[in-house]
Design a protein around this ligand. Structure first.
Ligand code: SF4
Ligand code: SF4
Length: 200
């Protein structure tokens, strides 16, 4: 599958110095379960599957190469984890069964802690995602990308048309809001409790 064009070239996945692996190991240890991140073969399937790739400054594959290279600040500044809409396309298609979506959550947490996040709209993207889940009980990928770009990047909308068409056609996503899941009341209670625990 062809990987979309990205703004900056990823680093080479060439020889890795011992000290470079500290960042990779930190991400692995901070991700629940075993994400298998050290098994990445840089095939690019994740970026080619990702509906948000054209809005990311680095594809998931490039981010994983940067982790191996110990490029902490560049990864923390990247908007890639924040543009992830948790659709799991990459995760189900990764030939190495790497838990890519879970790694994106880890990188969001690390970025917030590092306070070097370079994209001021990134955390707003995440808040929009959460509010959609609170409303529908599930993600609404096209709505998420649409709301975010209308709010922050309205001049980019014409150039994003190919991505939107790809989401509707190749990825089979619906342009309409999803149906609310059953058990919304229970989900709301769980989310409320999670927020209370987070505030402790
Ligand atoms: S699909 Fe899996 S193995 Fe391929 S680049 Fe992405 S994370 Fe690495
Ligand atoms: S889970 Fe995130 S990184 Fe993976 S394909 Fe979906 S949007 Fe892209």
């Amino acid at each position: 599958m062809t990987e979309p064009v990205i703004v900056s070239d990823p680093p080479s996945a060439g020889p890795v110095k011992h000290e470079d692996l500290k960042l990779l190991q930190e991400v692995i240890l901070r991700t629940p379960g075993d994400p298998g991140l050290e098994m990445c073969i840089q095939c690019g399937t994740c970026g080619g599957s990702c509906p948000s790739a054209s809005a990311m400054d680095h594809t998931p594959r490039a981010i994983f190469a940067m982790l191996r290279a110990g490029m902490r600040e560049d990864v923390m500044k990247s908007n890639t984890p924040w543009m992830c809409v948790s659709c799991y396309y990459c995760t189900v298609r990764c030939p190495q069964e790497i838990h890519i979506t879970d790694v994106m959550y880890t990188l969001k947490n690390m970025s917030l802690e590092s306070k070097v996040g370079g994209n001021s709209t990134a955390s707003d993207f995440s808040k929009t995602f959460i509010s959609l889940v609170e409303n529908y009980g599930r993600s609404f990928e096209i709505g998420l990308a649409g709301f975010h770009n209308v709010k922050h990047f309205i001049t980019r909308l014409p150039s994003m048309t190919p991505m939107a068409i790809g989401m509707l056609t190749k990825k089979g996503m619906s342009p309409f809001p999803p149906k609310r899941i059953k058990g919304m009341d229970q989900l709301k209670k769980i989310l409320k409790r999670a927020k209370e625990l987070e505030a402790v």
